[in-house]
Design a protein. Sequence first.
Length: 287
Amino acid sequence: MSAPEAVLTARHVSIEYEVDPPVKAVRDVSLTLNRGEILGLAGESGCGKTTLAYGMNRLLKAPALMTGGEIVFHNREGHDIDIVALDGDGLRAFRWDKISMVFQGAMNSLNPVISVRAQIFDIFDTHRPGMSKKDKQARAEELLTLVGVDPSRLTSFPHELSGGMRQRMMIAMALALDPQVMIMDEPTTALDVVVQRGIIREIMRLRERLGFAVIFITHDLPMLIEISDRIAVMLQGQIVEEGTAEEIYRTPKHEYTKKLLSSFPSLTGERGDFVRTGNQPSQEEIR
Ligand SMILES: Nc1ncnc2c1ncn2[C@@H]1O[C@H](COP(=O)(O)OP(=O)(O)OP(=O)(O)O)[C@@H](O)[C@H]1O
Ligand SMILES: [Mg+2]
C-alpha cells in the first residue's frame, strides 16, 4: 500500500460557544484525515463531535466561534485550501463539492412537502447552474441506485419513506457532487440495528467504489472499530487517544476508551464483520 496522503488537516483547533458562561466545546484538537480512509470519531454526548465537524466544514454559526487553529483541505488537484479563510464564492465552491456532510438527525428534518427529486435538483441548481434537466434527472437516478433505492422513489415525498430510506436519501444527496470527503454525524443512530447494518455496509461499499474519505461520528466505539481505519476518541473537547482501529481494540490506553469499549456489550463479532459481509440489504431493510 502507498503511504497515506492527507486530504484534510486540522491543527490546534479551538471552538467556543460565546454564551454566559462560555463553553469551550473543542480544545486544541489536531486531526488528520487521509485520502480514502474512514476515520472514526467517538465520544459521549456533549464532548464536542458535532462542533468539531461543523468547524471542519466551515458551518459554525454564532454563538459558536473558532478561537484558534487552522483547517486545511488538500485538494486532489494539488493545491491546499485554507478553510478558515474561505468566504462567499470560495465557500460555495467548497462546501458540498469538496466536503459534504450527513447531518445528525437530518433524516427527520428533510422538508416533508418537497419531493426527493426537487431536493436533489436543488443541490445541482445551487452548485451546477448550467446543468440540463436531463442530466439532473440522470444523475439523480444514478444517485438513488448507488445508495440502494429504486429510482422510481425520486417522486416520493420524505414523509412517504421509512427512516432507513430517508437516511439513504441523505447519503445520496451528500454524494451528489462527488465529494472527496464525507462527514457523517451519527448517520445510523436513530435506526434499528438491522437497518443500521444495511446502511453501514452501503457506506463501506460506496467508499470502496468512489474513493472518498469519511469522518464517521458516533458514540458507538465498538461499531467504529468494525468499520474504521483509524479512530480518535474525544472527551470534553479534546482528543484523548488516537490509533488504528486494531490498536484501539487490542490495546486501548486511556481509561475513557476502555470505558467506551465496554459500554456496548451487544457487539461481539470479530472486527471486520461489516466489511466482509457482501450481502445486499433486503427490500424490508430499505423500505
Ligand atoms: N448553540 C450552543 N450554545 C451553547 N452551547 C452549545 C451549543 N451547541 C452545543 N453546545 C455545547 O457544546 C458542547 C459540545 O456539543 P456538541 O453538540 O458538539 O457535542 P456532541 O459530541 O456532538 O454531542 P452528541 O453526541 O449529543 O451529538 C456541549 O457542551 C454542548 O452543550
Ligand atoms: Mg453531535
